[in-house]
Design a protein around this ligand. Structure first.
Ligand SMILES: NC(=O)c1ccc[n+]([C@@H]2O[C@H](COP(=O)([O-])OP(=O)(O)OC[C@H]3O[C@@H](n4cnc5c(N)ncnc54)[C@H](O)[C@@H]3O)[C@@H](O)[C@H]2O)c1
Length: 316
């Protein structure tokens, strides 16, 4: 199949491109490199069947004569608050105008379209675990609104294209994902903790550290995205891990995995940072037969090895 991956130079997107190439597909990656990595593109170029188009999805898409597309994945959007809050208007445009441009492209090609949505559409949830039929609790004017509401609007747009234009669509609600390929300085909790410990620095915890998250290893997430794209399920599906840990516990686990003692400093809690986050995964297990299989400690060990290797590469 010929598959377009928007955001394919990013953390999850690059792993998705690699998996699709390994399965024998032709992959066209469209990415502005706003947060994506040119190095990831160089690595992907080593596979036959890969091409890269540097393009902002907010602009009218000009992807030339790549041939008829069978599938379009839309992962193009900065995922880390540090990145998406730098230019909140752009974040909203990427989610709304960019998603619309890609939906039009999918329609023109008769291709199936998958939106990478997010657990953030549940906001600071009042229900736990979060099931797909929960409508969420989102602050429309807080610092995270550009991302949360941008993704909520993208979901509404995908649903409207489905009902109005009979677009063939899928919606993945991705929960916290980690693994090799993350950027050191993206401000996300796992990259922060691992790189601080490798650099023998103190770990900074926002608030009391009792807030919880559940972390899914990137290879598992990519398998879930591919399974959802292949499925008949047109309604939103949570993808992630339901192994919930507090941020304090996570710090201890990372310390144990890396073999360093953990020194913690507490910083003020972040505005609108959700207290709890755990998906209800009954639907993805039932509909996709998919679940995350990588234990947290194993995934963290692989992530730490990746950061240690890239740290040495920077030094050399
Ligand atoms: N990583 C997570 O934990 C997580 C959780 C929930 C949802 N998601 C979603 O998954 C997707 C991928 O996340 P990620 O962690 O790989 O993020 P990332 O920031 O590493 O990658 C995003 C990619 O999109 C590209 N991009 C951003 N804006 C663009 C634009 N206007 N035009 C073209 N390319 C653009 C970036 O250059 C980058 O390569 C995002 O849509 C994100 O919202 C991720």
């Amino acid at each position: 199949m010929r598959i377009l991956v928007a955001g394919g130079a990013g953390f999850i997107g690059a792993t998705l491109c690699k998996q699709l190439l390994l399965r024998g597909h032709t992959v066209v990656c469209v990415d502005s490199l706003q947060t994506g990595s040119a190095l990831a593109i160089d690595r992907l170029r080593k596979f036959g069947g890969f091409s890269f188009i540097r393009q902002d999805i907010v602009q009218i898409l000009d992807i030339g004569a790549v041939g008829t597309l069978d599938q379009v994945y839309n992962l193009a959007c900065p995922a880390s608050p540090r990145h998406y809050q730098k230019d909140p208007i752009k974040t909203i445009e990427t989610n709304v105008i960019g998603t619309r441009n890609l939906l039009d492209l999918a329609l023109q090609n008769g291709a199936r379209f998958l939106l990478a949505s997010t657990s953030e559409i549940y906001g600071s949830p009042e229900r736990k675990p979060q099931r797909e039929d929960y409508w969420g609790n989102v602050n429309t004017t807080g610092p995270r609104a550009c991302y949360d509401e941008g993704k909520r609007c993208a979901e509404a747009l995908v649903t409207a294209y489905r009902s109005q234009h009979q677009a063939d669509t899928r919606i993945a609600r991705i929960f916290n994902t980690y693994g090799p390929g993350m950027q050191r300085d993206d401000g996300r909790v796992i990259s922060n903790f691992v790189t601080c410990l490798l650099d023998e620095k103190k770990i900074e915890i926002y608030g009391d550290g009792n807030q919880t998250r559940s972390f899914c290893y990137v290879d598992d997430m990519v398998d879930g995205l591919i399974a959802l794209m292949a499925s008949d399920c047109a309604t939103p599906v949570n993808l992630g891990s339901d192994h919930e840990v507090s941020i304090m516990e996570l710090a201890c686990i990372v310390g144990r995995v890396i073999g360093k003692s953990v020194v913690i400093t507490h910083c003020p809690a972040l505005i609108d940072d959700p207290r709890e986050r755990r998906p209800d995964l009954e639907k993805c297990r039932r509909v996709l037969g998919w679940q995350a299989i990588t234990p947290l400690e194993l995934g963290l060990r692989k992530t730490a090895a990746f950061f240690a290797k890239t740290q040495q590469a920077h030094v050399v």
